[in-house]
Design a protein around this ligand. Structure first.
Ligand SMILES: O=C(O)[C@@H](CO)OP(=O)(O)O
Length: 243
């Protein structure tokens, strides 16, 4: 049986301030640092060992990974980073306060921007300071790959490309893999793994900093999944609903 562990980064400064984040490169909050340490302790306590880890180009996920590997004394393992694991790009909403945006455009519109599969938030303009296509970290992207905005389907396409190209072959060759990523990249991956239809994904939220274990068969179809706490598998009611 194949196991892969997914983890959403610990609480970020903008999760705390309730701001749309996307590709904005904000760090972990004090609470987020502790969530990452705790995730490392949980994985270590339950005997997890990884051969390699994958994360995004964004420091909230990278730091979460580093803290976990530090706790597990696994800092030596290969670490792979890709923009394809970056959070869903939030377009022109990036940096805005979610509650203020809801007061301006209505709760329903903001819910569509946040949780629908096919509605894209307003796009960034190329002359916006938040458009960072020429930043060194994004130099390897091909034309058209740096997003101006994304819906969940757009995010799913690039996440699944990375899953198929870089993670699936490692898993089927027997490697134990940890993926430290983001709320919507992990929602996209879970949607694919569990074959959740487009109209069933709005209510799926992944909490920050709690390891999510997927057990897969040899064709990488899920057998079962569960969140892991210090005392073992977490019951549904123990999963925080905070986003
Ligand atoms: O702001 C973001 O980038 C994401 C994750 O924090 O928010 P949301 O919950 O709206 O998908």
């Amino acid at each position: 049986m194949i196991k892969v562990v997914l983890i959403r980064h610990g609480q970020s400064e903008w999760n705390l301030e309730n701001r749309f984040t996307g590709w904005s490169d904000v760090d972990l909050s004090v609470n987020g640092l502790e969530e990452a340490r705790q995730a490392g302790r949980v994985l270590k306590k339950h005997g997890y060992v990884f051969d390699a880890a994958h994360t995004s180009y964004l420091k909230r996920a990278i730091r979460t990974l580093w803290i976990i590997l530090g706790e597990m004394d696994l800092m030596w393992i290969p670490e792979y980073k890709s923009w394809m694991l970056n959070e869903r790009h939030y377009g022109a909403l990036q940096g805005l306060n979610k509650a203020e945006t809801a007061a301006k455009y209505g709760e329903e519109q903001v819910h569509l921007w946040r949780r629908s599969v096919n509605v894209r938030p307003p796009a960034l303009e190329r002359n916006d300071v938040r458009y960072e296509a020429s930043a060194p970290r994004y130099q390897s992207l091909q034309d058209g790959e740096y997003p101006l905005t994304e819906n969940l389907e757009d995010t799913e396409r690039r996440v699944l490309r990375y899953w198929r190209e870089s993670i699936s072959p490692a898993l089927t060759s027997g490697q134990h893999i940890l993926i430290a990523a983001h709320g919507n990249t992990l929602r996209a991956l879970v949607k694919h793994l569990d074959r959740i239809p487009a109209d069933g994904i709005a209510d799926l939220n992944i909490p920050t900093g709690i390891p999510l274990v997927y057990e897969l068969d040899e064709r990488l179809a899920p057998i079962r999944h569960y969140y892991l706490g210090i005392d073992g598998e977490l019951p549904g009611e123990a999963i925080p609903s905070r986003l």
